[in-house]
Write a protein that binds this ligand. Structure first.
Ligand SMILES: [Zn+2]
Length: 263
């Protein structure tokens, strides 16, 4: 029975909890991986981790959230469900409980390339819980700014989709984050206001309690398209070229995602 698994913070990405557990356990990377996943050679996807049934089997019965709650509140599956019209939700729930599985239509959606963070959320997290952690809402495709603090998100060097089970140290926000100075958006700029509106609506779309801001699947899809994160396979029109980025965004960190989109 694993009684030392950490409490999950609000809006925390599950991979972030794994990394905090590794630091807490102080065991070797191989031992920690075998304990959490039953295997030390797997690659984890930060948005949709798998082998959660193994974790469920070693957690105490009173531990919360449950595995299903972890999937729904601490991974990006609920967001992908909103974006894909023919998405088989339960099939993916099953896949995340067990072995690596085909991402299916999710693979057509451009995910963020590396874990991202808000410099001001980092400060608040350190003040309130004593450490940094990765937020789920900052990894949503199409979210370029933190809707709470109205600053641009910053990119880390940690790849979202290829995290070695034995390299949770690198995936740890505590050891890898050195928050940059916050870069505030300019509310006098209409493009900045547009990107803030999109971020606010996308984050609200997977809030635990739905609100009047909730949108239907089609409009979520449109928001993501508007934010230029869909792949070429999925977009109805070719993505805009780098030269068409609104002038106000040139030089901002997140535009590097647009560069890769056009390669
Ligand atoms: Zn923030």
């Amino acid at each position: 029975m694993l009684s030392t698994f950490p409490h999950v913070y609000p809006d925390e990405l599950l991979i972030s909890v794994y990394a905090r557990f590794f630091l807490r356990l102080r065991a070797t990377p191989e031992m920690t991986a075998r304990l959490l996943f039953g295997c030390s050679t797997i690659l984890l996807k930060g948005d949709l981790p798998h082998r959660l049934s193994h974790l469920a089997a070693i957690l105490p019965p009173w531990y919360r959230p449950t595995v299903r709650e972890m999937i729904e509140q601490h991974t990006l599956l609920p967001f992908y469900k909103l974006c894909r019209p023919y998405y088989e939700y339960e099939k993916h729930i099953m896949g995340m409980r067990t072995h690596p599985y085909d991402r299916g239509t999710i693979s057509q959606l451009r995910t963020v390339s590396t874990l991202r963070y808000c410099a001001l959320c980092c400060q608040e997290d350190r003040d309130q819980v004593g450490e940094y952690y990765w937020h789920r809402s900052h990894q949503i495709p199409g979210v370029q700014v933190c809707p709470i603090h109205q600053v641009f998100l910053e990119c880390s060097e940690i790849p979202l989709l290829k995290i070695r089970a034995t390299d949770l140290m690198s995936a740890s926000a505590a050891t890898s984050l050195q928050p940059a100075a916050p870069r505030r958006i300019n509310l006098d700029d209409q493009d900045h206001r547009r990107i803030l509106r999109i971020a606010s609506e996308l984050v609200a779309s997977i809030a635990p309690v739905s609100s009047e801001h909730s949108r239907d699947r089609c409009s979520i899809y449109q928001l993501v398209k508007e934010s230029l994160y869909l792949t070429k396979h999925c977009a109805h029109k070719p993505p805009i070229t780098i030269t068409e980025i609104p002038k106000a965004f040139i030089g901002q960190e997140w535009t590097r995602n647009l560069v890769s989109l056009n390669q």
